[in-house]
Design a protein around this ligand. Structure first.
Ligand SMILES: [Fe+2]
Length: 161
């Protein structure tokens, strides 16, 4: 993590660098999930097209806002945010989905899996950031992200038959 700014906020450069690296990985996964939701919004098939098409649009709009906040959080702690798709893909641990027609149920299952992976990642990230790096501001921000993924996973599960 590139940390060009010297800040006097009670965190060492090393602490800020480690937190910035964790935030960048979260940002990479957010981009993969964002693109996947758009992909499914476009390429959905099946009788629930209209409902899911609209639901995915609301979901990726909310995620776009979270993406912005994550990148800005990197800047707040003095780091430089990754800015290219190449960087995002290198940082991400979620798998991309190529453009292809997809049945509603398959798209729901794939997105629940991704949200659950994000929840697990964030749970680990929050304790590391709180306990090892003492950055309570970022930990608090990540709690909100985790809760948003929990809500999305819950709503998606309600579509499962
Ligand atoms: Fe659209």
């Amino acid at each position: 993590m590139n940390m060009p700014e010297e800040l006097n906020i009670g965190l060492s450069n090393e602490q800020r660098e480690s937190v910035g690296t964790i935030l960048s990985k979260i940002l990479g996964n957010q981009h993969v999930l964002y693109m996947k939701m758009r992909n499914y919004h476009w390429n959905l098939t099946g009788p629930r097209f209209h409902t899911l098409h609209e639901f995915y649009e609301k979901e990726y709009d909310a995620l776009a806002k979270a993406i912005d906040e994550t990148a800005e959080r990197v800047r707040m702690i003095g780091g430089v945010s990754p800015g290219s798709m190449g960087e995002m893909l290198q940082l991400a641990t979620l798998d991309e989905a190529e453009g292809a027609l997809i049945d509603g149920s398959d798209s729901i299952k794939a997105l629940v899996d991704d949200h659950e992976a994000c929840i697990r990642d964030l749970r680990g990230a929050i304790s590391t950031i709180e306990e090892d790096y003492r950055d309570v501001g970022t930990a608090d921000f990540l709690v909100e992200l985790l809760q948003a993924h929990e809500q999305s996973a819950w709503m998606l599960r309600s579509f499962m038959s």
